[in-house]
Write a protein that binds this ligand. Structure first.
Ligand code: NAD
Ligand code: WQD
Length: 340
């Protein structure tokens, strides 16, 4: 019998797609999420995709008793830890909330895992730990310098994981630094459903496409990039999901892995807007505006480690990311509250 994997934050954007990838690989999962940034209706969508968790537990990763009860109930093969708050601006306004949720929460989870003798974890880190990169593409060995409280919570968790592995090499730890996950499940059943005004580019574009917002504001057209707009490494969330499967497999032997997950290709805001409009046949009106404070000109991944250590490469291109994001948004105008 295959032991289940615990997915924290499994009803969120990346966690739900990862639950599907694990189901496709025949891997049972248990999901724990406090639903602070996701909908319980995600579970109905997972069921439609044949990816229901063995159990869903509504609980907080800071709740030791809930974690101990769950670890007593199941013997887990490992944990994929997505649960966390992720809005940069909010983290500037509420740093203690971010430290408590992301850092205390992660330490609490690691302690519960240790008590239960489960010492295999895949951790959601972020390219934000590189701050303003000196060179692109960014190798994993680049200087770490997060410039906002959210990013610093990721660095603190990474540091805790590194110290843990040094102290106890029985731990198998994969620190995955995601670049910019976008897209959605090709069925249109799962996707990104941000609350309020989207912070990120792709959900903003899809809401403009839908007519829910009048135009996209492009944050800066005077960067030192080919067309002056910011350059990022967008990757399809379905590819990101399979990266977690590859990381779990690579942790069959205890080790510490630190790996970028991106495509290695830089895409400008203008290229994204043009590709979305062309692929989907929907115009995206935009206005050029000032730079957004804290943004960097260009950020994209060096991808050799992912190829070598995980045998993982993304399959989906930018056109496919745009097509899937639009299918999701147009089929679910009220997000997960849209009736099935
Ligand atoms: P998301 O908000 O959609 O998913 C996170 C999930 O964690 C949500 O369902 C939320 O309800 C849950 N959660 C938060 N705090 C919790 C707690 N204390 N206890 C239990 N559940 C809790 O976000 P996502 O985009 O799926 O991101 C997943 C992870 O990847 C996060 O850790 C995020 O920081 C990281 N990440 C995301 C991006 C991105 O652009 N989406 C990029 C890099 C890293
Ligand atoms: C992409 C590009 C913007 C919105 C953020 C977090 C990072 C990570 C991923 C979690 C930039 C431009 C955006 C808009 C725009 N999350 N843009 N108009 O900033 O690379 O990364 O999400 O770890 O930590 O900082 O992503 O999607 O916000 O922006 O012109 O309305 O689109 O300036 O060049 P970013 P993004």
């Amino acid at each position: 019998m295959t032991l289940p994997i615990l997915i924290t934050g499994g009803t969120g954007f990346i966690g739900s797609h990862t639950a599907v990838a694990l189901a496709e690989a025949g891997q049972p999962v248990v999901i724990l999420d406090n639903l602070c940034n996701s909908s319980p209706k995600v579970l109905e969508r997972l069921a439609k995709l044949g990816a229901s968790p063995v159990t869903f537990v509504q609980a907080d990763i800071r709740d030791s008793a809930a974690l101990d009860a769950l670890f007593a109930r199941y013997t887990f093969a490992g944990v994929i830890h997505f649960a966390g708050l992720k809005a940069v601006g909010e983290s500037v306004a509420q740093p203690l909330r971010y430290l408590d949720n992301n850092v205390s929460g992660t330490i609490n989870l690691l302690q519960a895992m240790d008590r239960a003798n489960v010492r295999r974890i895949v951790f959601s880190s972020s390219a934000t730990v590189y701050g303003d990169p000196v060179h692109v593409p960014i190798p994993e060995t680049a200087t770490l310098n997060a410039t906002n409280p959210y990013g610093r919570t990721k660095l603190m968790c990474e540091d805790a994981l590194r110290a843990l592995h040094t102290a106890d090499p029985r731990w198998g730890i994969a620190v995955l630094r995601y670049f910019n996950p976008v897209g959605a499940h090709e069925s249109g059943l799962l996707g990104e459903a941000p609350n309020g005004v989207p912070n990120n580019l792709m959900p903003y574009i899809t809401q403009v496409a839908l007519g829910q917002r009048e135009y996209l504001q492009i944050f800066g057209a005077d960067y030192d990039t080919p067309d002056g707009t910011g350059v990022r490494d967008y990757l399809h969330v379905r590819d990101l999901a399979t990266g977690h499967l590859a990381a779990l497999r690579a942790l069959d032997e205890p080790k510490l892995l630190t790996i970028n997950l991106g495509t290695g290709r830089g895409v400008s805001v203008k290229e994204m807007v043009d590709t979305f409009a062309r692929v989907n046949g929907v115009p995206i009106p935009y206005k050029l505006g000032p730079r957004r404070p804290g943004d960097v000109a260009a950020c994209f991944a060096h991808t050799q480690q992912a190829k070598t250590l995980l045998d993982w490469e993304p399959r989906f291109d930018l056109a496919r990311m745009c097509a899937d994001a639009w299918r999701w948004q147009s089929m679910n105008q009220q997000g997960f509250d849209t009736p099935l």
